[in-house]
Unconditional design. Sequence first.
Length: 283
Amino acid sequence: MTKPTGSRSRSDEASELESTRRELRDAQAALMHSEKMAVLGNLLAGVAHEINTPIGSINSNTDVALRALDKLREALEKLSPEVRDDPDLKNAVDILQSVGNVNKTACDRIVKLVRSLRNFARLETVEPKPADLHEGLESTLTLAYHVLKNRVEVVREYGKIPKVECYPDQLNQVFLNILVNAAHAIERSGKITIRTRTDGDDVIITFTDTGKGIAPEDLPRIFDPGFTTKGVGVGSGLGLPICYKIINEHGGGIDVESELGRGTTVTVRLPLKAPERAEPGEI
């Protein structure tokens, strides 16, 4: 018996239903991740604000102490040689100078970290705005320092690029996901090279790591929600899919090339002007 034209088999209906369910799961996963990032942004902004005031006081007091120590050294030079050259006194002054310098360095690092937290957690604007991508990369590198320090060398090969009209906090999220993935792919020590350049009306950012690479059979699946090569309890499988969605909504593209045992290169292409979106914060 011939099947009537236009009729659909049960297998077709089941396939369509499964596709719809998969799209719904992907949308739910993206929404949950978006909500988590919004909460994280508010948390980071609050933490940065709370740290900013006390570290400002410590930084100011350290400057005052170092200036006072300089005056103390000048006063000691005017004293008699037996007092001026007393080894215990000289040692005490040297210790105070060393402690002051260490405190100053620590304060500068915390101030830089707080600035990076505030930049990363900046609330999304209603409209896209021109942003310096190099500034976003540097803020993100500061936040990723804990997974890079002492084992991953970061090489910056920044070209001359204009500001890009975009949603900066979403791009910072993309940069952070890519950098953390690259750091996790480097098992002992290695290198991540970040390059930026223009290509017509686009800006190109590439991240090349010397990690373990991705198996050829896994490469086509890396943007699938839930897929991860990091193992149970390490990766959620949402990082790259979210990156893909953010870059896609910016009117750009993201591509991954990898060779097992040789490393991975992630290329992000962004137009200089972001396309219009109905609801900018939605990812």
